[in-house]
Design a binder for this molecule. Structure first.
Ligand code: ATP
Ligand code: MG
Length: 411
């Protein structure tokens, strides 16, 4: 990316109504644009980071047998009537609209019902099971309170996987595999150390559900954390009985604020029953499919990471999800020419700040604000020694590399 050719610009200030650090920095650095409360556009830098988060999640879902698809957001009443979830009294976050051709449409806040119906066309025998289908898809939720920038919005991307199993045992096995995949994902995303598997309320088919909660001051959940054991209990189920059940000692628990970045839930027969999703077992007997749902909010994850890993100068992305790895600046005429040459070797990895209008100090400030992992500077002075200066955004350490050493990193 050449900054002289990019339409985005950094800003000195953020909108006054943004309270969270992450929202302020993401807006100022040109990652997102605010349309209205709880509704944001993703600009080129923001898209790149969001897509990198999505790609990590995709790889881990594929590794446990997930098949990616994409369902429509446009929903008709009848499929949701089958589970009694069309009514605004039951689900108060629907966005609905009239269809010109008659009738009503809803914008999907989640996808259990439509996917269960899709599966009726494909699942009829035990040989068709299990099925693990997932998507990265836009959800619409008329949330009462939008909060903390992209952490709680009214339109957001969700990774939602749904499992269709022949029985509870098959379900339980996958449930645990998915929990392990989530741990890998949050490790790869750089928030593994602060993300805890958390027991939360379970519904009709399971005592608990598993939430993945990341410690975060602007998070909306309260969890009770046993650091030694590495597990937590959500406030919503925190009581003496549950603690005894989980073998947790009240005195060892820490009360923390956290943000739910993902969750997994045993749905059981709730949806297969209502929509009549059945299969014939080995004995030719008709059985209901046993289901589960597995969500992660990539945009909330992005907000949480921005919130937690930033400092007083701006964002600090882990390398795996930074929009670009290097922020390249040339100081002086010869150095700028050399910088342009280096840029051409790896335009996918480098933001080249070739703006004529910006002073070096401004370029450095923008590199920090954008949170690019390595700032690379070539000046006429370093060039005389055939070197570049590399500064680590996270640690602030600088070192000199020869041009060859740096070029081999690019290749
Ligand atoms: P919450 O309790 O925070 O509202 P939820 O229980 O409604 O979340 P799910 O419906 O299971 O969550 O959604 C799965 C994941 O999608 C969540 O773990 C979270 O990461 C993300 N998510 C949920 N609501 C939002 C939102 N309004 N904006 C951004 N991400 C969201
Ligand atoms: Mg919600």
């Amino acid at each position: 990316m050449k900054l002289s050719q990019s339409f985005t610009k950094t800003m000195k200030t953020a909108p006054a109504d943004e309270a969270s650090v992450s929202a302020k920095y993401l807006l100022r650095a040109g990652y997102i644009y605010k349309e209205m409360a709880g509704v944001y556009d993703y600009l080129p830098l923001g898209m790149r980071t969001l897509n990198k988060i999505i790609q990590i999640i995709r790889e881990e879902m594929n590794a446990i047998g997930g098949e990616e698809l994409s369902l429509t957001a446009l929903q008709t009443k009848e499929v949701w009537d089958a589970t009694d979830r069309w009514s605004d009294d039951v689900m108060d976050i629907w966005f609905k609209t009239k269809l010109n051709a008659g009738g009503e449409l809803g914008l999907a806040p989640t996808h259990e019902e439509p996917l269960t119906r899709v599966m009726k066309s494909y699942i009829s025998s035990y040989k068709d099971l299990p099925v693990y289908a997932y998507q990265f898809q836009t959800k619409f939720r008329n949330e009462l309170r939008a909060k903390s920038g992209i952490m709680r919005t009214r339109e957001f991307v969700m990774k939602d996987l749904y499992s269709f199993s022949k029985d509870r045992a098959e379900h339980d096995k996958f449930y645990e595999e998915c929990a392990q995949a989530y741990i890998k994902i949050f490790n790869r995303l750089g928030i593994g150390n602060d993300t805890y598997r958390t027991f939360a309320s379970g519904g009709a088919f399971s005592k608990y559900s598993d939430e993945f909660q990341t410690l975060c001051e602007v998070g909306e959940d309260i969890i009770y954390l046993d650091r030694e054991k590495g597990i937590a209990v959500n406030e919503e189920v925190y009581n003496d009985e549950v603690l005894a059940d989980l073998n947790l000692d009240k005195k060892k628990l820490e009360k923390c604020k956290a943000a739910e970045v993902g969750n997994i839930f045993t749905l059981g027969y709730r949806f297969s029953d209502a929509l009549d999703l059945c299969f014939n077992d080995e004995d030719g007997k008709r059985q209901k499919v046993f289901m589960g749902s597995y969500g992660i909010g990539p945009s909330r994850v992005m907000g949480v990471i921005a919130e937690k890993l930033s400092d007083d100068k701006g964002l600090v992305w882990p390398e795996e999800i930074a929009p670009f790895k290097y922020y390249l600046v040339g100081i002086g005429e010869e150095a700028e020419k050399k910088a342009a040459e280096l840029y051409e070797k790896a335009p996918e990895d480098i933001i080249f700040d070739d703006r004529e209008s910006a002073r070096t100090g401004e370029k450095f400030a923008d590199a920090d604000l954008m949170g690019i992992p390595y700032r690379v500077v070539i000046s006429d002075k370093t060039l005389a020694e055939n070197k570049v200066e590399i500064k680590d955004r996270k640690t602030g350490e600088t070192k000199l590399l020869t041009l060859d050493e740096f070029t081999s990193k690019l290749a």
